[in-house]
Design a protein around this ligand. Structure first.
Ligand code: HEM
Length: 140
């Protein structure tokens, strides 16, 4: 990934941090709207979903800060991808999650979610999830 792309992702993520709880809620609402059966993979109870939302946002934060040092991030993402097999996540679900994430950022950042920022996020999400998916579904 180019330095410029990394900077765009990191700077925009900083703006999402203060609204992390709302962003997590928005994200799951969007995700379940796109693919309602995905609900079955997640905890039923509201409180556990909050915990889940926090984990997602903090892991996303770790990944976003680690983009400058991607080699260090690779084993972390590989393990995360493998754990997602245990959560019954299938390969195609990564595309829906990507769509929900982009929609969440768009809603959270408003005008600041420019075309350039959007492309940077698509690049970052694709780069991170390719590592997770390759580790989980043995593509190489
Ligand atoms: C960049 C991509 C993703 C990140 C950063 C991420 C992050 C996380 C984290 C940090 C956890 C907590 C458990 C753990 O660390 O193992 C988790 C659990 C989970 N994730 Fe993801 N995830 C990603 C993609 C996905 C995708 C594509 C799906 C598909 C629907 C998904 C569904 C789940 C489920 C079902 C759980 C377990 C919930 C539970 O039973 O508590 N995640 N994820």
């Amino acid at each position: 990934m180019e330095d410029k792309t990394i900077t765009l992702v990191q700077d925009s993520f900083k703006k999402v941090r203060p609204i992390a709880d709302t962003a997590a809620e928005l994200f799951y609402a969007k995700l379940f709207q796109l693919d309602p059966p995905l609900k079955q993979l997640f905890p039923v109870n509201q409180e556990s979903m909050k915990v889940q939302g926090n984990k997602l946002m903090s892991m996303l934060g770790v990944a976003v800060s680690g983009l400058n040092n991607f080699e260090t991030l690779v084993p972390v993402l590989e393990d995360l991808g493998k754990r997602h097999l245990e959560y019954k996540v299938e390969e195609f679900n990564y595309y829906t999650v990507g769509e929900a994430l982009i929609a969440t950022l768009e809603a959270g950042l408003g005008d600041e979610f420019t075309y350039e920022v959007k492309n940077a996020w698509v690049d970052a999400y694709t780069t991170m999830t390719n590592v997770m998916m390759n580790a989980a579904y043995q593509k190489n």
